[in-house]
Design a protein around this ligand. Structure first.
Ligand code: ATP
Ligand code: MG
Length: 305
């Protein structure tokens, strides 16, 4: 038994080293490593993204290297790099340090902040800073994402629902039809011309010294309604009804109208359903055996109806 574990460990270490080595021996990256005296690197394990993230240790500084998957179109990789650079300059995110010409590699300064948590938002000063940070980010010029087509959260959620449909999950077809009738058809804000981070969640907002929020991970950036980010924020940070209204009041700098509150709630539902469909899809891809997990997701969706 011990011997088997040893062999498995050696194989795992070999695969790990080899997979890291492939990217790290690229001469383009090596030139950055030499210029910034990088002495070690460590892969940061992440969630669902197709990009790889590494922490780099230089003689003087720490950095984050993001290797953007070449399966993403060049325009999309360029948009990610440009928005990261812009957010860094505006003090809304870590500074961009370097990128290569093909937008495959992007290096940022390392933020010593920690993840923003829902309970942090009980502090009114933090709440306000985060809302202002999102509003400023939305004011970025759409030219940063030129060549990237608009991909609203509603469309994304529906697409994920369709993907789950293709796995023929028991009961899902009926539930999906009802969800579409009740929550998707004719709901939400139809404007699609604001820069949208499109992945606002715990894990993508860091809180730095002085309670300064930093947006990271522009990997999904697109043009969409401003309510996509606000709805995602409300969902992932579990805002209560008073916080929702406060969010809009701070964002709009006035009392929100009934229609604006409806938009926020509609987009919050898109975010919740998008997450539920995504989890189901990941589950379907992996295995259909764990029926308990699947039933939990179905129960969640039924709770919506
Ligand atoms: N500039 C930074 N400073 C400090 N930590 C960072 C920085 N950028 C990323 N990280 C860390 O690396 C993690 C993954 O980075 P990022 O969110 O950009 O990648 P991702 O592959 O899109 O991840 P996910 O799919 O989980 O959102 C972050 O959650 C954070 O912990
Ligand atoms: Mg992330």
């Amino acid at each position: 038994m011990d011997r088997n574990w040893l062999v498995a460990g050696i194989i795992a270490a070999f695969i790990w080293t080899f997979s890291l080595g492939a990217a790290m021996t690229d001469p383009v990256l090596q030139s950055f490593f030499n210029a910034h005296q990088i002495i070690s690197y460590k892969k940061i394990s992440v969630g669902d993204s197709c990009d790889h993230v590494y922490k780099l240790r230089g003689k003087k500084n720490l950095f984050i290297l993001k290797v953007l998957n070449l399966r993403r179109p060049l325009q999309k990789r360029r948009a990610v790099v440009r928005m990261t650079a812009w957010a860094g300059c505006e003090g809304l995110g870590p500074k961009l340090v370097w990128h290569d010409k093909t937008y495959h590699y992007m290096v940022m300064s390392f933020s010593k902040g920690r993840y923003l948590r829902p309970e942090d938002l009980k502090n009114p000063a933090i709440f306000e800073k985060v809302v202002v940070c999102m509003r400023k980010a939305h004011a970025a010029s759409p030219s940063h994402v030129s060549g990237v087509s608009s991909y609203p959260l509603k469309v994304r959620a529906l697409r994920r629902g369709e993907e789950v449909m293709s796995y023929e999950v028991h009961n899902f077809a009926q539930i999906f039809e009802r969800l579409k009738d009740q929550f998707f058809n004719g709901t939400g804000d139809t404007c699609c011309n604001t820069i949208s981070h499109a992945d606002i969640k715990v894990g993508n907002i860091l809180l730095e010294k002085g309670n300064c929020p930093m947006l990271i991970d522009w990997g999904e950036v697109t043009l969409a309604s401003l309510y996509d980010d606000l709805g995602s924020f409300a969902h992932h940070f579990k805002l209560n009804i008073h916080q929702e209204k406060h969010l809009l009041t701070l964002y709009l700098e006035r009392t929100p109208h009934a229609e604006e509150i409806n938009h926020l709630q509609a987009h919050r539902r898109f975010a919740a359903l998008n997450e539920a469909f995504w989890k189901m899809r990941v589950f379907c891809e992996k295995s259909k055996k764990n029926i308990i997990t699947m039933n939990k997701s179905i129960d969640f969706l039924q709770g919506f109806l």
